[in-house]
Design a protein around this ligand. Structure first.
Ligand code: NAD
Ligand code: UFG
Length: 340
């Protein structure tokens, strides 16, 4: 298939491009580069072994721009990564998050349907479960109250896309609820490249390890978990990328609506991650215990068996691979990608 990849220059998008080409698909990338660097796409093309990935610097809110892309390319499906994703920033700038994520997606799906492209895989998040009523979380677990506007954009967009599919059954909508993506491509050429101070655990750990930050703050050690620190379902980004390739097969089977958890099913604590990072990479990560971070929950991990049964997808990489590949990327690219 020829796939429109929105947000393809970003962390998960860039890794997904590689797996798409490996599986025999081709891609066209649309990204406004608000949180990414075109060097990532050059490196993706090098890894795949093609001269370049077709790329348009277009904002998904720009109807004309998207029309231009659809006029030039016959596109079979869209993998929709484009969106703003910083939880804390979304609390400060709710309008910007709703306008970008929801406004952008509404424009995108309208242009798609006008061009007869009615297949979409959407990047959703475990955040839609709120404080989950069951652990491990299955897809039957009810959605919950999100603690921030970013989370609400994911929850609302799931509803928007399901309603669109219900009204027009020609659509296939796959909602992938990601747990905590970490790691990087084994080449060390592409990886996570956050602007400023990282919000998320793994990029913070790697920046401490590489000497860019003094120490990791561990947000709370009094949660009801085995060691008191928060437990999450970390998933290697290459495994996550492959889940999208498997989801395309569901679209090929005309699945209608498909909702899948994408995680490993294993919960690791903050200290499990820090200790694994030190053990596997042989570098120190100084840390100190800090107060809990507002909005965090104690434990979040999934039951991924629905994705295995229906998509034939399961995670192949474990915690040692995740910490090794995160460090490989960061140690080879201490300042991330070179300036745009
Ligand atoms: P990322 O920021 O690296 O990638 C998102 C890309 O979208 C960036 O390249 C950015 O420039 C682009 N973008 C943003 N707004 C755009 C717009 N209006 N028009 C065109 N391009 C736009 O983030 P990521 O970690 O790769 O996440 C990809 C998707 O997965 C996002 O939708 C995110 O919300 C979702 N997700 C991420 C995580 C995570 O922890 N990384 C967890 C759950 C869900
Ligand atoms: N943590 C620290 N110190 C840090 C950063 C994080 O102790 O500097 C802890 C957190 O308290 C939490 C765990 O590490 O216990 C993971 O935190 P992250 O910020 O890496 O990830 P979250 O689970 O909070 O959130 C992530 C994404 C969200 C997404 C959610 C569910 O950032 O976008 O997973 O998919 F919604």
């Amino acid at each position: 298939m020829n796939i429109l990849v929105t947000g393809g220059a970003g962390f998960i998008g860039s890794h997904t491009l590689i797996e798409l080409y490996k599986a025999g698909h081709t891609a066209v990338v649309v990204d406004n580069l608000s949180n990414s660097n075109p060097v990532a796409l050059q490196r993706v093309a090098e890894i795949i072994g093609i001269p370049e990935i077709p790329f348009y610097k277009v904002d998904i809110r720009d109807r004309e721009g998207l029309e231009g892309v659809f006029a030039k390319h016959k596109l079979d499906a869209c993998i929709h990564f484009a969106g703003l994703k910083a939880v804390g920033e979304s609390v400060e700038k709710p309008w910007e998050y709703y306008e970008n994520n929801i406004g952008g997606t509404l424009t995108l799906v309208d242009v798609m349907r006008r061009h007869g492209c009615k297949n979409i895989i959407f990047s959703s998040s475990a955040t839609v479960y709120g404080d989950p009523v069951e652990i491990p979380i299955t897809e039957n677990c009810p959605k919950g109250q999100c603690t921030n506007p970013y989370g609400w954009t994911k929850s609302m967009l799931e509803q928007v896309l399901m309603d669109i599919q219900k009204a027009d059954p020609e659509w296939n909508v796959v909602l992938l609820r990601y747990f905590n993506p970490v790691g990087a491509h084994q080449s060390g050429r592409i990886g996570e490249n956050p602007n400023g101070i990282p919000n998320n655990l793994m990029p913070y750990i790697t920046q401490v390890a590489v000497g860019k930050r003094k120490e990791l703050g561990v947000f709370g050690n009094d949660y009801p978990t085995p060691d008191g620190t928060g437990v999450r379902d970390y998933i290697h980004v290459v495994d996550l990328a492959n889940a999208h390739v498997c989801a395309l097969q569901a679209i090929g089977r005309h699945c209608g609506i498909g909702i899948y958890n994408v995680g490993t099913g294993h919960g690791y604590s903050v200290l499990d991650m820090v200790k694994a990072f030190i053990r596997v990479n042989g570098v120190d990560v100084p840390y100190s215990i800090k107060p809990r971070r507002a909005g965090d929950i104690a434990t979040c991990y999934c039951n991924p068996s629905k994705a295995k049964a229906e998509l034939g997808w399961e995670a192949k990489y474990g915690i040692d691979d995740m910490v090794r590949d995160s460090w490989h990327w960061q140690s080879q690219n201490p300042d991330g990608y070179p300036e745009k």
